[in-house]
Ligand binder design. Sequence first.
Ligand code: AMP
Length: 419
Amino acid sequence: MSFSTLGLSPEILLAIDEQHYSDPTAVQRAAIPPILQGHDVIAEAQTGSGKTLAFCAPLVQSLKKSARPRVIQYLILVPTRELATQVAATLEALIQNSTPSVKLAVLFGGVSINPQMLHLRGGADIVIATPGRLLDLIDRNALSLSFVRTLVLDEADRLLELGFAEELSRILDLLPVARQNLLFSATFAPLLQELATKLCQSPIRIHVPVTETAKPDIFQRAILVDAPRRTQLLRHLIKTEGWKRVLVFVATKYSAELIATKLRRLDISAEPFHGELSQGKRTQVLADFKASRVKVVIATDVAARGIDIEELPVVVNFDLPRSSDDYTHRIGRTGRAGASGLALSFVTAESHAHFSLIGRKQALEVSLESIPGFETQESPIQVTKTSDVNGGVKGRRPSKKDKLRALAAQQATLTNKDE
Ligand code: AMP
């Protein structure tokens, strides 16, 4: 099926063609027609499935060249600054040849509010915002949501997770009751289901099975290693496997800084990426990473969603993620848009029970490997050799001590969660 069968206008088709996308992805096929028809849509699609274009293309086509210029017609709420920037990039590609011109406003915290207030003077047609900064700007009378026709919640589960629920409900109160609602999310926890039901009128529900997303090709591995040897193992793998670009996830800002420093000492270009860095620094790190000036980025979960780095072949869970959903989001940074990728998890004696839990929820069929020279001293479970990674060996039953250890590790991960 080609894009031309979805009801898109010649202008939009041309803009898509300029992106060199030949065929629509599953979520684009399913979502574009009902969005164009004005339906509410609830779409469960993995990151990397092409969902940004799935809502941006029909929205740009449906923009009303109204008598009231620069009245906000669409509000796109996103959880992070990086996602805001990426959605804006997709929209910019679609509106570049529009007449009359379309004005976007991209609003997020962590940078001075004044340029955003200035930019909003004279209005905007589409606003992409994180909830906190949007409310700040509304409180300063910099914009009004009274004429919004469509609300998009992108990475909606993350919006709720990051504690935006209260802000979200304030924003919803400011929107016209009659409007189109579009919810996009990789995961749908019960709280989000509840919100979706409250928000949407007779929605079209879309579920794109993982196998049909644009990123089915992520090879997953897990390596058993003693916790203190993980940096050395990472260095070893970078050298021996010839990785050109690696995104490494850790549990805390402190670890991100520490491991980046250690790798630099080992002569590997590495930068930390976490919520306490200035926006300027975060943008710089990503730009350097994309331009291959930096080989390794050590990130907290702030990078787990919304970041789109073309050709990111490897993601490493140096510390395991807190939940199975976080695992999905982290590994979704690789293998995007049809490319293949590798997701590798370091499993320590303390975290193996937690890994088993994630593995069960993910239905992972991954055996724990041991890397020659990095065999563990205190291995609580049976391991296979690197050459036998697909053997499916089960661990022994955890002892009481194992369980206590795992519980402590999980709690440590919870307290260390960085946002
Ligand atoms: P998203 O799920 O919106 O974050 O998109 C993930 C990636 O898919 C982005 O790098 C897009 O450029 C790319 N993409 C979007 N639509 C298509 C398509 N139809 N064909 C190939 N790549 C696409």
